[in-house]
Design a protein around this ligand. Structure first.
Ligand SMILES: Cc1cc2nc3c(=O)[nH]c(=O)nc-3n(C[C@H](O)[C@H](O)[C@H](O)COP(=O)(O)OP(=O)(O)OC[C@H]3O[C@@H](n4cnc5c(N)ncnc54)[C@H](O)[C@@H]3O)c2cc1C
Length: 458
């Protein structure tokens, strides 16, 4: 039976909308299935500057500006062995040699996810993706490692089967395919949960730190303080999952007891008014054994999730969706290359995820000296051999993929090197922007051999 769709994307969160938009933009018949009516609440509000190039590619910069989300310019921390507060400013990257981060890529937004997610999904609709909502994927038909079809309850309440050449699972923590296949592995070291709420009238930081995310460690975890607007802040407590029974017995008492242990966050919310209920969210990091199967890819949280300490969630989800959409588009154009493209996705997104998860684990040890976080970042990300390790830290927590990563090299190799572009220009952002503006990279360029996928235990 011929498929009606080139690709079906399960889930219309940031990863699903990104994949839907890019595939539709490439001329593919793409169906996005989202079970929740939007707008809907979602946690994950502090974005990273590394999303800027992708926002441009998705054509949503104007929408995001009009939404007037609160601009994020850096991060402030009461973290590490010394109890003195410290900060990083993304704009410093402009001055740091070798990172090639443009001025408009050195800030991000703190967003209300209900509005942000709706905006991205609407952009996918505008690009030509067919979005069904509310539409739940109830079951996945699998045979011999292939997805054969999805059983979907649509907006009319009727259940029908949908089939496509390729399937992209962006169902978030539900992780439909990874769960069905038994591929998900939980991380014993990052086994946490979060209790959070929203306040109005909190005392924001002043000066350059006003627009920063602020995090502060406490005895048994840490606390976030995220300004969402001049009036509203998001405040959350992250602690071990083993505290869940105690938290469930009384979320408010549990939250307030931990907030009281903070120096800054408690003082800043002392006279503020809580405007939403307390919510509890499981925050247990995990990774699927693989991110690709014969005719499907796993994206965003459906593939892997890192504890939100360094706010990588949405950025990684959307970057993975971008790479997945490009690989899926390539596979639809040249089915013989599907295996290599999917192996590239698995290896490239896997390597980036593992690196950032390991860095998050290193940062989790709040007893280190601040400089040791900087030097660790320099070992990971500083191909430019900057004198100041803090620049490498700032770069790594900005969410820009570093050019030496398999992720970035995959892009250059697949799309740019066959053009015979001199190495010097391949790292020139103005050149790349001009190339991107000239149309999508010709799929014939995929003839270039792909990096060897890393061998993984079966
Ligand atoms: C406590 C906490 C704090 C966080 N803070 C941050 C932060 O500050 N910054 C940040 O970047 N990230 C943060 N994150 C992570 C962030 O929430 C996620 O990484 C991000 O939302 C992943 O996007 P996604 O599109 O992969 O999944 P989601 O945003 O979860 O979207 C998945 C979508 O799939 C839909 N879906 C699920 N099952 C089905 C189905 N069967 N059929 C159809 N649709 C389905 C869901 O309704 C949902 O809309 C935080 C996470 C936690 C737990």
């Amino acid at each position: 039976m011929s498929e009606r769709w080139d690709a079906i994307v399960i889930g219309g969160g940031p990863a699903g909308s990104t994949a839907g938009s890019l595939l539709a933009k490439a001329g593919r018949r793409v169906l996005v299935l989202e079970k929740a009516p939007f707008p809907r609440h979602h946690i994950g509000e502090s974005l990273l500057p590394g999303l800027s190039p992708l926002f441009k590619r998705l054509g949503v910069v104007g929408d995001l500006r009009r939404a007037k989300f609160f601009v994020k310019t850096g991060g402030s921390y009461l973290w590490g062995r010394s109890r003195a507060p410290w900060s990083i400013t993304f704009a410093d990257l402009e001055e740091a040699p070798g990172y090639m981060v443009g001025r408009d890529e050195t800030w991000a937004w703190h967003v209300e996810r209900a509005r942000f997610d709706e905006l991205l999904l609407n952009a996918a609709r505008r690009r030509g993706a067919v979005v069904r909502q509310p539409a739940s994927v109830l079951d996945v038909a699998l045979s011999g490692g292939r997805v054969d079809g999805l059983s979907v309850r649509g907006p009319d309440g009727r259940t029908r089967t949908e089939r496509a050449a390729l399937y992209l699972d962006a169902s978030g923590q539900a992780g439909l395919l990874a769960s069905r296949l038994g591929w998900r592995r939980f991380d014993g070291q990052l086994r946490n949960m979060a209790v959070y709420t929203y306040y109005e009238g909190a005392r924001l930081f002043t000066g350059p730190r006003r627009n920063h995310i602020f995090i502060e460690n406490i005895e048994d975890g840490w606390v976030w303080f995220i300004p969402l607007s001049e009036r509203r802040v998001s405040v959350g407590v992250v602690t071990s999952l083993s505290n869940a029974p105690q938290a469930r017995a009384g979320l408010e008492a549990f939250f307030l007891a931990r907030l009281a242990r903070t120096k800054e966050a408690s003082a800043r919310t002392a006279k503020a008014r809580r405007v939403e209920p307390f919510r509890l969210e499981r925050d247990w990091s995990y990774r699927s054994r693989r991110f690709a199967g014969e005719n499907f890819l796993l994206l965003g949280d459906a593939a892997a999730f890192i504890d939100p300490l360094l706010s990588y969630g949405v950025t990684l989800a959307m970057h993975s969706a971008e790479l997945a959409a490009d690989c899926a588009d390539g596979a639809l154009a040249a089915p013989a290359k599907r295996e290599a493209l999917f192996a590239h996705y698995d290896a490239a997104h896997g390597a980036r995820f593992d690196e950032l998860r390991d860095f998050t684990k290193f940062f989790y040890d709040g007893n280190r000296r601040r400089e040791s976080y900087f030097w660790k970042a320099r070992r990971i990300a500083d191909h430019a051999k900057n004198r100041y390790a803090k620049a490498a830290f700032t770069f790594l927590v900005s969410g820009h993929p570093h050019w030496d990563s398999l992720y970035a090299r995959g892009y250059f190799k697949r799309f740019f090197s066959p053009l015979g572009v001199p190495a010097r220009l391949r790292r020139d952002r103005r050149f790349l922007a001009a190339l991107a503006a000239s149309g999508r990279p010709d799929l014939a360029l995929i003839d270039d051999p792909l990096p060897e996928p890393r061998k993984r235990a079966a």
